[in-house]
Ligand binder design. Structure first.
Ligand SMILES: *Cc1c(COP(=O)(O)O)cnc(C)c1O
Length: 472
């Protein structure tokens, strides 16, 4: 078969391109146990023990299944403090993929963010992006700068099947780069795919135009490349000029449009831990390296074990395999069909790393400050032992001391994240059946009230209690 056939043939068989070599038993619990568990953790799913969860769709970060080749590479890891053989393999793989000569390993993506922003930005500066991921924004703000999102207008319509809703708004980008605050713009970051924007991809056309604007105005452009392979896959499917390219070729082009990248290898590195900072500018790399040594580790390990470097290097090679990406897209589409059949709307079109359920629309009887997304997430756990995460007013909204609404999130969503190579179709069928049962009895689902709210990042640590609905 030619390479073209392996990733272009739409009629290809729909089996996963791997089989199971190692198994991990998953817990099966009774409804009573789940009720007790939820009460014990004050209705905050982050408080559950993993042993209380049957299908864990909380995140796709660090939860993927390693391949036999990754485990084997891990065994061959070189744990030397300086000059490790594993670092050299890691650096070669990253250079080959990205073209960036300077490669700094870090323990995970947010360390790359902190090191890059501390080395490149001064307090009072601005960063622009399609949508900053939450840790990216936090690291920008921690050094006294402001992160401004410029998502394209299409991103606002959750139901349209527009293909590249992760794009940046080029007109607003250009206005900002020419505007009165232009001198304060420190960098532009394009997140592929847009995790803050329901996993929607960025087109190569949009990326190339953004890159040209940045170059024209002398502003460095970085990729937040956590899901670069998934973005590349969607480009080969939906952007005409890239139909005949492999995902790997698209990914290589994307990296070559930017001045560097921030990478969380817990996503498209298919590793449990790891990340890196890739840079073109050796002077900037030298400044970053000083911080790396002070806070992560010597530059040939950067907070990782030699075995981690090996596993990430091998994962970066495997992740652009068209058969793997096709299967991942197929998995997401399968779950999307089950969700729609259950009468639940998702943010369209489904991406690869997660589905986003429209809980606000499913549960119109629950007001934003009674957290419809959280209510749906709790019900999925009660009904089927499934853990998901709310992305709505519990995550983004604000209330006053009496629990009265101040601001609500723009929409009330629940994310079902899909760990890589971890769950099979029967697990997803269980999710579909559970959701169908939940949707059928939707009028009886209670809202929630906050009983304890930490000042920062409250969704992780807050306590809640159900508020049964008593009629209009
Ligand atoms: C996960 C993620 C990060 C942060 O990476 P960690 O490895 O979790 O520190 C940054 N950006 C995006 C888009 C992510 O998805």
């Amino acid at each position: 078969m030619t390479e073209r056939n392996t990733y272009q043939d739409r009629k290809g068989t729909k089996v996963e391109p791997y089989r199971i070599k190692v198994v991990e038993p998953i817990p099966v619990t009774t409804r009573e146990q789940r009720e007790q568990a939820l009460r014990r953790v004050h209705y905050n799913l982050f408080g559950l023990r993993a042993d209380e969860v049957t299908v864990d769709l909380l995140t796709d970060s660090g939860t993927g299944a390693l391949s036999a080749a990754q485990w084997a590479a891990g065994f061959a890891g070189d744990e030397s403090y300086a000059g490790s053989r594993s670092f050299h393999r890691f650096r070669d793989v990253v250079r080959d993929l990205t073209s960036y000569p300077c490669v700094l390993p870090v323990h995970q993506g947010r360390a790359a963010e902190r090191i890059l922003f501390s080395s490149l930005l001064a307090p009072g500066q601005i960063t622009l992006g399609n949508t900053h991921f939450d840790t990216t924004r936090a690291n920008v703000e921690l050094i006294g700068c402001r992160a401004v999102d410029l998502p394209c207008a299409e991103a606002r319509d959750l139901d349209s099947d527009e293909r590249f809703k992760g794009n940046i708004d080029l007109r607003r980008l250009e206005e900002a780069l020419r505007g009165p605050d232009a001198r304060r713009i420190g960098l532009v970051v394009m997140t592929l795919t847009s995790n803050g924007g329901a996993g929607q991809p960025v087109s190569m056309d949009n990326l190339a135009r953004a890159a040209a604007l940045c170059r024209g105005h002398g502003v460095p452009l970085f990729l937040d490349a956590a899901r670069f392979a998934e973005n590349a896959w969607l480009v080969t499917r939906h952007e005409a000029a890239y139909r005949d390219m492999s995902p790997r070729q698209v990914a290589e082009r994307a990296f070559r449009l930017a001045d560097g990248c921030l990478m969380s290898a817990k996503k498209d590195g298919i590793a449990h831990i790891g990340g890196f900072l890739g840079l073109r500018d050796p002077a900037l790399a030298e400044r970053c390296e000083l911080l790396l040594i002070a806070t992560e580790g010597f530059p040939t390990y950067g907070g990782l074990a030699g075995r981690d470097l090996e596993m990430v290097a091998q994962g970066l090679v495997e992740v652009t395999d068209p058969r793997y990406l096709r299967s991942r897209a197929e998995t997401a589409r399968h779950l999307a069909r089950l969700v729609r059949d259950a009468g639940v709307d998702i943010v369209e079109p489904p991406g690869l790393h997660a589905l986003y359920l429209n809980a606000g629309r499913l549960l119109p009887h629950i007001a934003a400050h009674r957290f419809p997304g959280h209510a749906l997430a709790c019900q999925l756990y009660l009904e089927g032992g499934i853990r998901s995460v709310e992305l709505g007013s519990l995550y983004l909204g604000e209330e006053d001391e009496n629990g009265e609404p101040v601001t609500a999130a723009p929409c009330e969503l629940v994310r079902l994240a899909l760990p890589r190579r971890t769950y099979g179709l029967s697990h997803l069928n269980h999710v579909g059946e559970t959701l169908a049962a939940v949707a059928k009895a939707r009028e009886r689902i209670p809202g929630y009230r906050l009983v304890e709210r930490p000042a920062l990042l409250r969704h992780f640590r807050c306590k809640l209690e159900p508020v049964p609905w008593t009629g209009p």
